[in-house]
Design a protein. Structure first.
Lengths: 282, 282
């Protein structure tokens, strides 16, 4: 029997159903102020600009709840943490009154380089200890618990000693961080690495899940690429339905980053989540 | 394999511009792991070998770099056409991203192009890139309200000579030896009626106003005057210096009134600084 959800331990609100703030939709948003619960904002796109992106974000943040989502924290890298990045991230979070700040369980580069890819971690005790230490440091600098997202991945390391879900659960508990559970990523990785996605979802500490991601992907036959370029397939919605019963209603966000369709198409896709959230407690 | 070594190896493979086989055998990767030992680090999937799995990351890296540079240099991308991917690969190998955003990835493009003998006409490409870089920089600068025309008119006559004009932060001045500005005007021409690159001295002001980028052609004399204003010379000196120049660099007395009316109405100035030490912003 599925235990009754109690909500997340951080007290982060269920913001409802949102979509990512994307350049292609700026005009529509500014001219119509559409009815939508919240927006997720790609942090790095707004850190170093005083131009139109920031002008749009300021107005969006005045009218809608926002959460920040980054791609360059490189929490698992063996390079030192980039304190300038974290300082600017905190400034942006304060400026936009972001409900939380998230990034990915991954590394993006070493030796001072940034590949701008979300590269996978080996799931070892060494990597876990390293990531816990850094997640604690990040939360301290940001003055809020960092929220980390499970990645999609295309390689598996031979020397991993635990499955990804165990790594993620232990990281969340030991670093006291929140989780952004990307159900599409679970599906993509389960296909690529042939594991049971339900086993993954059931191992995630429900009280640490503060946000969901949903998205479409591209199935190449031999493997799946997480492209955020389409509608989510039914199997992904089924995983969401399964997980949300464990976590209760949690802020849910639809990502569409390639071949971005009109705003209303993305919003309609996001709102498919409503039927699975109905009747559940936060 | 320890985490640091694993990350250095994987990065060396992912950013390598050649084939995956070449990447795995490259000195940068082989320093950390011999190609023959790949299967000791990466597992195969039922459908992909370890090399095919890491190739997914390696193939995505140049695409990301290409997208980032194409966004900042649409003219260069269009002009180079099929040669653009090769150019990006060569550029990213010499100037990899070291920042948390890709916004500044292309900062070295004009200088890099200047060293590429195989790309012709090289001097035209350098000018095109310099102009596009100026626009990219202007895009991200802080927005600043433009100085009201009345503010300049209100300066007491006795103080005009010692007054300094403060340009808007997004202002960029570009002197070109080739017709890159004219060529860029035709970028969105679906029929590709681009002028043939040829030598032509021209002067361009690039800036952002009301969050939109635009370019304004300048005479050489006007360009020199604006350069002096940007350098912080008081208006008296700006005029004296201009009148003392020869040929096309020399302004006439009539030019000043016309230019300042135009530049003020175009929002080129953000404020005035009267005399020594005192500051006033519009």
């Amino acid at each position: 029997m599925t235990p009754k959800p109690k909500g997340n331990r951080f007290g982060f609100k269920d913001l409802g159903i949102g979509i990512g703030l994307r350049t292609a939709h700026y005009g529509h948003i500014l001219s119509t102020w559409p009815k939508i619960d919240w927006f997720e904002v790609l942090s790095e796109n707004y850190m170093d600009t005083g131009g139109r992106p920031m002008f749009v974000l300021d107005q969006v943040a005045e009218r809608y709840p926002v959460a920040l989502h980054g791609v360059s924290m490189s929490i698992g890298s063996t390079d030192p943490l980039n304190r300038e990045h974290l300082k600017k991230l905190k400034t942006l979070a304060d400026r936009t009154k972001a409900h939380w700040v998230s990034d990915h369980l991954c590394w993006t580069g070493v030796l001072g380089r940034n590949t701008h890819d979300l590269l996978p971690m080996p799931y070892t005790e060494e990597a876990l200890t390293h990531t816990i230490k850094r997640a604690k440091q990040v939360s301290e600098i940001l003055e809020r618990p960092i929220v980390l997202e499970n990645p999609s991945s295309y390689v598996e390391f031979a020397h991993s000693t635990m499955p990804e879900w165990e790594f993620l659960a232990r990281l969340a508990r030991e670093a006291n961080c929140g989780l952004l559970l990307d159900v599409n990523n679970v599906y993509v990785s389960s296909f690529n690495h042939r594991f049971d996605p339900l086993e993954y979802l059931d191992a995630i500490p429900a009280d640490r899940v503060v946000q969901y991601h949903l998205a479409g992907h591209t199935n190449k036959g031999t493997h799946i690429i997480d492209t955020h370029s389409d509608h989510a397939i039914d199997a992904v919605w089924r995983l969401y339905a399964h997980s949300v019963k464990r976590t209760g209603r949690v802020a849910t966000l639809y990502e569409w980053d390639e071949d971005v369709p009109p705003f209303d198409v993305v919003l309609k896709e996001a709102r498919k989540a409503e039927k699975f959230r109905k009747g559940l407690a936060q | 394999m320890r985490l640091g070594r694993l990350q250095k190896w994987m990065q060396a493979v992912v950013v390598h511009p050649g084939t995956t086989r070449q990447a795995l055998r490259s000195p940068e990767a082989a320093r950390h792991l011999a190609a023959a030992k790949l299967q000791t680090v990466l597992l195969p999937s039922p459908t992909l070998t370890p090399a095919e799995r890491i190739a997914i990351y390696q193939e995505m890296y140049p695409l990301r770099m290409r997208d980032a540079l194409a966004a900042d240099y649409p003219g260069l991308e269009h002009f180079l056409g099929d040669r653009f991917p090769e150019f990006v690969a060569a550029y990213a190998a010499v100037h990899p991203s070291r920042g948390y955003t890709l916004n500044r990835l292309g900062d070295h493009v004009p200088a890099f192009l200047g060293r590429q003998r195989r790309l012709t006409p090289r001097a035209f490409l350098v000018d095109l890139a310099r102009l596009e870089l100026a626009l990219t920089e202007a895009f991200d600068e802080q927005e600043s309200p433009a100085l009201d025309a009345g503010a300049i008119a209100a300066i007491p006559e006795a103080k005009i000579e010692s007054t300094r004009l403060i340009p808007v932060p997004s202002l960029r001045l570009v002197a070109l030896n080739w017709n890159a500005d004219e060529w860029l005007d035709t970028l969105r021409d679906d029929l590709h009626r681009h002028p043939r690159p040829h030598k032509r001295r021209s002067f361009v002001l690039a800036m952002r106003r009301n969050y939109a980028l635009y370019r304004l052609p300048l005479s050489e004399a006007g360009f020199c005057v604006l350069q002096d204003i940007v350098a912080g010379h008081p208006l008296g000196e700006v005029v004296t210096r201009s009148l003392s120049r020869r040929g096309a660099k020399r302004a006439s007395a009539d030019d000043f009134a016309r230019w300042f009316r135009l530049w003020t109405s175009e929002g080129v100035f953000a404020g005035i600084r009267k005399g020594a030490g005192s500051k006033k912003r519009a």
